[in-house]
Ligand binder design. Structure first.
Ligand code: SAH
Length: 353
């Protein structure tokens, strides 16, 4: 390790549900997919405005653009994100007469990063064919270094940074506690530090994620309300003797949902990137009918791994049945009307010095 490099971070790891079965992330990530399209349409202009093709770090002799998606999961969302970036880079080449000819030569090296226990097999089996695009998998936590220095031109990450590197031990059993917030801030710092080493000066980092409206307490957001119901179900099945009560009480998701201003502060605190674009946008659920079944399947896609790890495979089905039953008592349309669940989209540029 170089002096000054961030230390590798050992993180807890709870992959999304693999494969392509009914409860897989691949089949339960349509909400994230909707958000991705909203955000990418927003970020296109910022990418076009900030991608400097005359930057010597962009390796124009070889015309190879290196792109990485951090926390890619199993697809298909990561494929759409990468395709969008490739299309935008091509568009950028077309905008400049003198480089337009280089388009035929242009090749892309695309890296898919996630924790090593992510289902990379499903990812690569479903990878769409693209002639000028060469793919590779990169295992490891994005809270530490996963690429050599100055090796990437464009980085992307979506729906990832609310996953903490660990559950803050001293506040177990609570969600979105001050300890979770502290961990979130440390994690973002480590994330940006590592990316600043890996991206070339002038390189771009696109960050999309979940947040909540400023001033609204977590417990009053859609996520907070539904999570509370879920944690209540854990206690219910513990009382029925299916899981240990102690385990149910001390469980908390390794997650933190920041207010928009907290994300903004975390991004502005770092000195390695300039914030070229940062917007709070609507949550993808505003464009879809959110039924009870959708929420249950989203939870299954996201949390199956973490719950099995904590409570064992056999209790998880009982838990989800209970959750499905309890959730029907909750008027989801009323929650949606509060519209306090939000998303953010950010384009960062690695400083030249
Ligand atoms: N980007 C995809 C998947 C989001 S789900 C999409 O937009 O649909 C979140 C992903 O982040 C999961 O696959 C999870 O394994 C990954 N992840 C969470 N923490 C991580 C870490 N520390 N390092 C690498 N990947 C991580």
């Amino acid at each position: 390790m170089e002096k000054g490099d961030p230390k590798p971070t050992v993180t807890e790891s709870f992959p999304m549900s693999g494969g392509d079965g009914a409860h897989s992330y691949a089949r339960n990530s349509s909400l994230q997919r909707g958000g991705l399209f909203n955000a990418l349409n927003k970020s296109r202009e910022a990418i076009l405005a900030n991608l400097d093709l005359r930057n010597p770090n962009f390796d124009r002799n070889n015309n190879i653009v290196r792109i990485a998606d951090f926390g890619c999961s199993v697809g298909p969302n990561t494929f759409d994100a990468v395709k969008h970036i490739i299309d935008t880079v091509k568009l950028r080449f077309r905008q400049e007469d003198d480089v337009d000819d280089d388009l035929q030569d242009l090749e892309f090296h695309v890296f898919f990063n996630d924790q090593s226990n992510n289902d990379f097999n499903t990812l690569f089996k479903t990878l769409p064919k693209n002639e000028n695009c060469f793919a590779a998998g990169v295992p490891g936590s994005f809270y530490g270094r996963v690429f050599p220095r100055n090796s990437l031109h464009i980085g992307h990450t979506s729906y990832t940074l609310h996953w903490l590197s660990r559950v803050p031990g001293e506040n177990i059993g609570k969600q979105n506690s001050p300890a979770h917030k502290e961990q979130f801030e440390k994690d973002i710092e480590n994330f940006l530090e590592a990316r600043s080493e890996e991206l070339v000066p002038g390189g771009l980092m696109i960050v999309l994620g979940l947040c909540i409206s400023d001033g609204v307490p977590f417990a009053q957001t859609g996520k907070g309300i539904v999570m509370e119901i879920f944690l209540g179900c854990l206690i219910d099945i513990a009382k029925a003797g299916i899981i240990s009560e102690e385990k149910a009480k001390t469980f908390s998701f390794p997650k933190y949902f920041p207010h928009f201003s907290e994300v903004k502060e975390a991004m502005e605190r770092n000195r390695r990137f300039s914030v070229e674009m940062m917007e709070e946008i609507k949550h993808a659920y505003e464009d879809v009918d959110v039924g009870h079944e959708l929420v249950v399947s989203v939870y299954r896609g996201l949390y199956h791994g973490v719950l099995v790890e904590h409570f064992g495979e056999s209790s998880v089905d009982v838990l989800f049945d209970r959750f499905a039953e309890e959730l029907t008592k909750c008027p989801l349309d009323d929650i949606k009307k509060t519209a306090s669940d939000r998303e953010y989209v950010i384009v960062l540029r690695r400083n030249l010095v």
